[in-house]
Design a protein around this ligand. Structure first.
Ligand code: SAM
Ligand code: SF4
Length: 475
């Protein structure tokens, strides 16, 4: 049996009435954490997260584990007895950030605190971290978070250095509690790791092989989330649509989406990130059939050039990717499409870049995340010749972003006059100004005379647009 993702749920923080964001949630978390404690406070922890939504969700699980074991969360490293960095190593800059944070807490400032490195850098660098930053006592990858209390107990008992570095365990996410940062939208991991082998990517190394979670455990968690008042659920996975139900039910990914949407109380279901090769028609059909499934697909292409895609080992060509786009555009309701692109992959020529720019023109993406190629340890592309200079990568990135800006400016301008339902998730300091997301994942900043809108669904008419967001008024 796969027990990977059996997370018992308890809402340690949440409820309605405070704005989203770790900082704002902090005070509530402290209060909720203390309420929950039966015995004395065991210690205080500060947790900083780098990277993607999977890391954000991992940190929610780590906080849950610690709160349930008698730790209290605090807002600054200075006031913590335990300082944890949940790290990202997808690009070199992200990994460097962590070592610069660790530098701030060198031997002198350490003053008896326990300092720990969690997540992808922990998995990637392992015990070498102790050499680079000898004041670190704990190194723990994402598959070992359940072991945290045990590892901390070892340190408290006098052990200087402890590690949790398995990365393909069946118990990856069997934490007993998850402390959620957002009171309306909950993350729900359905698949961990990755079995693809993109030549630039460190994820298969840091997160291990693909493991799908049992469909009944996923649905149970979705039900519990709905009972706790969450209305939007975001299914997570590095390749979320590669999901393979390990139970006898053998639910397809599209069937799972529909089943989550059927849970009473759930109003929106999102999923990310989809891999183009595993993106099949039944997913589009499910979005067409069930309006609770958000009409947004994040479908990273990485490059518009088949030659570069081959070198990246992306398992599809430009033409095959465009066929998937045509399939999505053929849906009965409009589905917004966003993507990730890497520029400056080794050997990328001006012609390859021109093909990426022409792909942007052809697809007309609703949004894009773009990155300069960053060589990563343990990846095949590390050994490739024809590296592109940083300066040239920056030039290419600027061209790409300018192109996408033009596309978004046009697309957003065309939406003026339309009305969307949005989930209100932010309140501006300015009087009567709010913000939220549409189902198609656009941000709208809007005005309303109503009060206490956070967490509510309202209809907003679009009155203006910028390349990055829409502006409107509640109707
Ligand atoms: N699994 C997803 C997929 O297949 O598209 C992506 C996961 S990765 C965390 C998010 C994005 O980071 C990728 O889509 C890619 O654009 C970017 N990325 C990954 N490795 C990179 C590297 N070595 N340099 C630059 N960008 C990278
Ligand atoms: Fe990395 Fe490729 Fe797996 Fe995405 S599909 S996580 S880019 S190896």
């Amino acid at each position: 049996m796969n027990k990977s993702f059996d997370i018992g749920l308890e809402r340690l923080a949440g409820g309605t009435g405070f704005p989203i964001g770790a900082n704002n949630a902090g005070a509530e978390i402290e209060a909720a954490g203390l309420d929950l404690l039966q015995g004395p406070v065991r210690g205080t922890f500060f947790l900083e997260t780098f990277g993607c939504q999977m890391n954000d969700h991992d940190s929610e699980k780590v906080a849950g584990v610690l709160l349930s074991r008698g730790y209290r969360q605090v807002e600054s490293p200075e006031s913590a007895s335990l300082i944890l960095y949940n790290t990202c190593s997808i690009r070199e800059k992200a990994a460097q950030k962590v070592f610069s944070r660790l530098g701030e807490f060198g031997v002198k400032q350490n003053e008896g605190r326990i300092i720990g490195v969690l997540g992808c850098v922990a998995q990637q660098e392992g015990e070498d971290i102790f050499e680079r930053a000898p004041w670190v006592s704990l190194v723990c990858g994402s598959a070992s978070y359940r072991k945290l209390p045990e590892l901390l107990a070892q340190i408290e008992a006098g052990k200087q250095r402890v590690t949790g570095l398995d990365n393909d365990t069946d118990e990856t996410f069997e934490t007993e509690m998850t402390r959620r940062d957002n009171p309306w939208r909950a993350y729900l991991t359905i698949i961990e790791g990755c079995d693809k082998a993109c030549s630039y990517c460190v994820v298969p190394y840091t997160r291990g092989p693909e493991r799908s979670r049992a469909s009944d455990a996923i649905l149970r968690e979705a039900r519990q989330l709905a009972e706790l008042g969450y209305t939007e659920v975001q299914l997570l996975g590095q390749t979320v649509n590669s999901y393979k139900d390990p139970t006898a039910r053998r639910m397809r990914f599209s069937e799972l989406l529909l089943a989550v949407a059927d849970e009473p109380g759930i109003r929106r279901v999102r999923f990310t990130t989809s891999h183009p090769s595993d993106f099949t028609r039944d997913i589009v059909d499910a979005i067409d059939a069930q309006t609770k499934l958000c009409n947004h697909v994040h479908l990273p292409v990485q490059s518009g050039s088949t030659r570069v895609l081959r070198a990246m080992q992306r398992t599809y060509s430009r033409e095959e990717y465009l066929e998937k786009i045509a399939m999505i555009r053929g849906a009965k309701r409009p589905i917004s499409i966003t993507t990730d692109i890497i520029v400056g992959f080794p050997g990328e020529t001006d012609e390859d870049l021109a093909e990426t720019l022409s792909l942007l023109e052809a697809v007309q993406y609703d949004g894009m995340f773009s990155f300069k190629y960053s060589p990563r340890p343990h990846t095949p592309s590390l050994a490739m010749s024809d590296a592109i200079s940083e300066e040239e990568k920056s030039r290419r990135l600027a061209m790409l972003q300018e192109k996408q800006r033009e596309i978004q400016a046009k697309k957003h301008a065309a939406l003026v006059g339309e009305t969307f339902e949005i989930l209100v998730s932010g309140k501006s300091r300015r009087e009567n100004q709010w913000s939220g997301h549409t189902a198609c994942h656009r941000v709208i900043n809007f005005s309303s005379q109503e009060r206490a809108l956070l967490g509510k669904y309202v209809r907003v008419g679009v009155t203006g647009a910028t390349p990055n967001c829409l502006v409107g008024e509640q109707t």
